[in-house]
Each structure stands twice: as structure tokens, then as C-alpha cells.
Write a protein that binds this ligand. Structure first.
Ligand code: PLP
Length: 386
């Protein structure tokens, strides 16, 4: 698949060869258990601690506040369950309609256990209303969980402001920063966030590793109980190579964040402007400026996203659509529905998400090839303008 053009980096990313090189010795050579007393294991333990330092650096927190997990979903679940278990008398949770299922589906499952849930709505740009957030916080609110950046549209929430509002009311605040880490500068010394989730495979580390930031002094309960790993905060022998990879990926992201955002944004902007200029009846889903630099989600009226993806696939181009095939019918995603994207547009939405490994040539290829594909599909479409 040498000539694959990969515009699906919000789904997962290529492992950076520098990351792979860093983790490789920890499979067959340096395979000791980091908890062992012997020197062989001890050197592995030291490398895990280096990874913790590197992960903390990208967040601007202390290494002792990082708990390694198996993925972003585990980090989200741990944070939410920890906050609830620590305050059994509080039964109310606030989150948004546009969260990833790792938060949204857990919140809905908790309703079945007797919790009360407020789902904040979003406007047409995918933004929440801070007034609605303020009004939703109650005496019995245990936790507010709001993502930093949306995976489908790239819309970035004003997390600093949100965190301040929640802190002023004395409520715990969790943010799912899986799509933000490495793309949005983060300094947890300056923002009153209690829990933050991140995931390795969204920033050029392998799948199967994530981390949870837990602010010092915040009530905490482990999700996985067993051995004393992670200072008793997450049992299970550490996924050493993955953790080392995550640390390296965080270091690379931290060192190059400004430069990389600039180059990735330039490619994204060219793709966005090229497609909006060449294809009529096309809209942008997501905020025009408060948006991840790598993400553009477009809706092409009167075409099915899946059909576009299939024809793009024939050209070896990977992207995602904003609809999910459920029971044979194509339902627009919960995010686009919450934003009120009209039906005839929502079905034809495509998310392009770029990374440091894309090139301007790939962007130009897409801007040349996609407009005729849309034209072809529109000619076949049963939907037309009144
Ligand atoms: N949160 C967001 C915003 C995501 O985009 C994802 C993955 O798509 C997750 C959580 C889940 O992360 P993981 O795949 O590591 O469990």
C-alpha cells in the first residue's frame, strides 16, 4: 500500500519511525518487568519513568500525575467512574451531545444505574453555550466531562473558560483531549482541569496505549484493581514498549507543535479552499477558526458519503464519512445531527484529517480528483433541487 494517500488521521495515525525505533529494543532485548528488583527490570522501569516525564511535558503537568492506560477509552472511563465513586452522594453528570462514545455511551449506561444526565447542546458550528453549562450545574453535580476537540469536525471548545466555570462551582472536571494532545498547546499548570484523557494512536504512537492525567489531590479510584503498578492507580503489568512509544510520541509532538501545526494547517487550508471552490453546494461542518489544524469536514449536498468513500478508495485515498451504517440505513452521525446539519447535506459528509506525513502533492491530487467524483455521483442521485 505504498501509494496510499491517508487523510484519516483522526481515526488513527501511522507510527512515527522514530517512535518505533525507541520502542523496538523493549520487545526481544530489554524485556524485563519494570517492577522487578533486578537491574535488568530496573532499567526498564527507568525508561517507563522517562516516558512518564515526556508525557507530562506535553501536558505541562507533573510526571506523578500521569497514569498509563490501555487506550483513550479506558482513560475516559477511569476518570468518570473515579469521580462518581468518590462522591456517592452526587448523582448528576454533565456532558455534551457531541462526545466520543467512550464518554457518551458510558454516561448513557450510568443513567440506567440511576444517574441523572444533562447533555449540553451545540450550535451549527458545533460549539456549546457557556450559559447553558452554567445553568446546568446543580448541587448534586458530581462531574462535568467535556471534550477538548471534536473528532469529527475538529471544533475546539474553550476549555480554559469551561474549566474555570466548573471550578468556581466546586465540581470536578474531566476533558477528553484525545484529539487535542499534540495539536493544541496545553498547560495544565494554568487550567483547572482535574482529569484529562489522551490516546497514543492519535499522535503517532501505536494502538493500545493511553494516559490519564489526575490532578494531585483529586479523589481517585482505580478502574482495574490488582497489583501495585502505576502506584496503585492502574493494576496490570505495564505495556512497556507501548508506554515508551507514547512518551517518545509526546516528546516529538511537544518539540514540533508550532512548526507542525503550521505545515499541516497550510495543507488542510488548501484542501478545504480547493474543494469548497470547485464543488458547488458544499458546506463546512465545524467552526471556521476554532478548529484543529488538521481537520476539515465537508458535506456535499445530494450524495452519500459512503459512495464518495468507495470511489476515493479506488484511488487509494482514505478518509471517513460522517454517517454510520446502522441496520441497513445510513444515519448521519450524532455529531452532525446535534449540529442540525440539514439531512440532504449530512448524508454526504466526509472528514479529511491530515498529519505530518501528508504532502501538498497529495492535497493537490485530491482537489483535482474529488470534484468529478461528486459530479458523477450527483448525476446518479435520486435527490434533486426542488
Ligand atoms: N475520544 C476521542 C475524542 C476519540 O477520537 C477517540 C478515538 O477515536 C477516543 C476517545 C477513544 O480512544 P481509543 O481508541 O484510544 O480508545
Amino acid at each position: 500500500m505504498g501509494d496510499t494517500i491517508y487523510f484519516d488521521n483522526n481515526a488513527t495515525t501511522r507510527v512515527d519511525p522514530r517512535v518505533f525505533e525507541e520502542m523496538a529494543p523493549y520487545f526481544c532485548d530489554l524485556y524485563g518487568n519494570p517492577s522487578s528488583m533486578h537491574t535488568f527490570g530496573g532499567q526498564v522501569g527507568a525508561k517507563v519513568e522517562e516516558a512518564r516525564e515526556r508525557t507530562a511535558q506535553v501536558l505541562g503537568c507533573d510526571a506523578s500525575e500521569i497514569v498509563f492506560t490501555s487506550c483513550g477509552s479506558e482513560a475516559d472511563n477511569t476518570a468518570i467512574r473515579a469521580a462518581l465513586e468518590a462522591q456517592p452522594e452526587k448523582r448528576h453528570i454533565i456532558t455534551t451531545k457531541v462526545e466520543h462514545p467512550a464518554v457518551l455511551n458510558l454516561a448513557k449506561a450510568l443513567v440506567k444505574k440511576g444517574y441523572h444526565l444533562t447533555l449540553l447542546s451545540v450550535d451549527g458550528d458545533g460549539m456549546i453555550d457557556l450559559g447553558e453549562l452554567r445553568d446546568s450545574i446543580r448541587e448534586d453535580t458530581a462531574l462535568v466531562s467535556i471534550m477538548w476537540a471534536n473528532n469529527e469536525t475538529g471544533t475546539i471548545f474553550p476549555i480554559e473558560e469551561i474549566a474555570q466555570i466548573v471550578r468556581l462551582r466546586g465540581v470536578l472536571f474531566h476533558t477528553d483531549a484525545v484529539q487535542a494532545v499534540g495539536k493544541v498547546p496545553i498547560d495544565l499548570k494554568k487550567v483547572p482541569i482535574d482529569f484529562l484523557a489522551l490516546s497514543g494512536h492519535k499522535l503517532h504512537a501505536p494502538k493500545g496505549v493511553g494516559a490519564l492525567y489526575v490532578r494531585k489531590g483529586v479523589p481517585y479510584r482505580p478502574l482495574i484493581i490488582g497489583g501495585h503498578q502505576e502506584r496503585g492507580r492502574r493494576a496490570g503489568t505495564e505495556a512497556v514498549p507501548n508506554i515508551i512509544a507514547l512518551g517518545k510520541a509526546c516528546q516529538l509532538a511537544f518539540d514540533a507543535i508550532d512548526e507542525e501545526n503550521k505545515t499541516v494547517r497550510a495543507m488542510r487550508d488548501r484542501l478545504e479552499a480547493g474543494l469548497l471552490g470547485a464543488v458547488s453546494k458544499t458546506i463546512l461542518n465545524g467552526h471556521s477558526t476554532q478548529r484543529l489544524p488538521n481537520t476539515v469536514n465537508l458535506s456535499f449536498k445530494f450524495v452519500e458519503g459512503e459512495a464518495i468513500l468507495l470511489l476515493m478508495n479506488e484511488l487509494n485515498v482514505c478518509a471517513s464519512s460522517g454517517s454510520a451504517c446502522t441496520s441497513g440505513s445510513l444515519e448521519p452521525s450524532h455529531v452532525l445531527r446535534a449540529m442540525g446539519v440539514p439531512f440532504t447535506y449530512a448524508h454526504g459528509s466526509i472528514r479529511f484529517s491530515l498529519s505530518r506525513f501528508n504532502t501538498m502533492d497529495e492535497v493537490d491530487f485530491m482537489v483535482e480528483k474529488l470534484p468529478p467524483i461528486i459530479e458523477r455521483l450527483r448525476a446518479l442521485s435520486p435527490y434533486t433541487e426542488e
